[in-house]
Design a protein around this ligand. Structure first.
Ligand SMILES: [Ca+2]
Ligand SMILES: [Ca+2]
Length: 197
């Protein structure tokens, strides 16, 4: 895992090379705000957002999610994070420009809402709506001050000029879902050790 992350960092200088196209305000652009830092939520609180609502460049595309403000619990990066169950399983997704045929490595930080609910939180990372990686997180021993974030990673090959990445909770019947933060999408070119992520 860590060796792969180093690889990702090393590849970052090539990030989005070749994407020097001019995008209008209405078109998608490079992947942005994988840390869920905008809009800001009042410190110590959270906001529940439902399908059709936005979190900066992200859209809630199913169910609902909680955007967690600074200090409510630990973030993996910055101040804010997302509980993928608002009051029911939710999905967040972002569409961004990609180069067809290019490989992209996605990393993200995963934890679980420690305030209650089932021990095991489950979900899927989606590429263009297809389940690309199942994830799970066990909240045993975790707390708001010890979230225990783990890093997950996968690599996909873009097939179109835009790609939609999504994260969906599959944890049913609870307000306490998987927690997502620090999503990074970086073009991997060339980066052979990343291709089996
Ligand atoms: Ca964050
Ligand atoms: Ca919740």
């Amino acid at each position: 895992m860590f060796a792969k992350r180093i690889c990702v960092v090393a590849a970052s200088s090539a990030l989005f090379a070749g994407l020097g196209v001019t995008a209008s305000a209405q078109t998608v652009s490079r992947f942005d705000d994988g840390s869920f830092e905008n809009p800001r939520v009042a410190a110590g609180s959270f906001t529940t957002l439902s399908a059709g609502q936005a979190i900066g460049p992200w859209q809630v595309t199913a169910g609902n999610v909680d955007l967690i403000g600074a200090g409510f619990w630990q973030a993996a990066e910055g101040d804010q994070s997302v509980d993928l169950n608002g009051t029911t399983p939710g999905t967040v997704a972002q569409t961004f420009t990609t180069v067809p045929g290019a490989n992209y490595t996605v990393t993200y930080a995963l934890a679980g809402n420690p305030a209650g609910g089932p021990t095991l939180r489950t979900g899927n990372a989606l590429i263009d709506g297809q389940d690309f990686q199942d994830f799970s997180f066990n909240v045993t021993g975790k707390s708001t001050t010890n979230m225990g974030y783990v890093n997950r990673q996968f690599t996909f090959r873009a097939t179109n000029a835009t790609t939609t990445i999504g994260f969906a909770s599959t944890t049913p019947n609870t307000s306490y879902g998987p927690v997502l933060d620090d999503v990074r999408v970086e073009r991997c070119a060339p980066c052979p050790t990343c291709t089996n992520g």
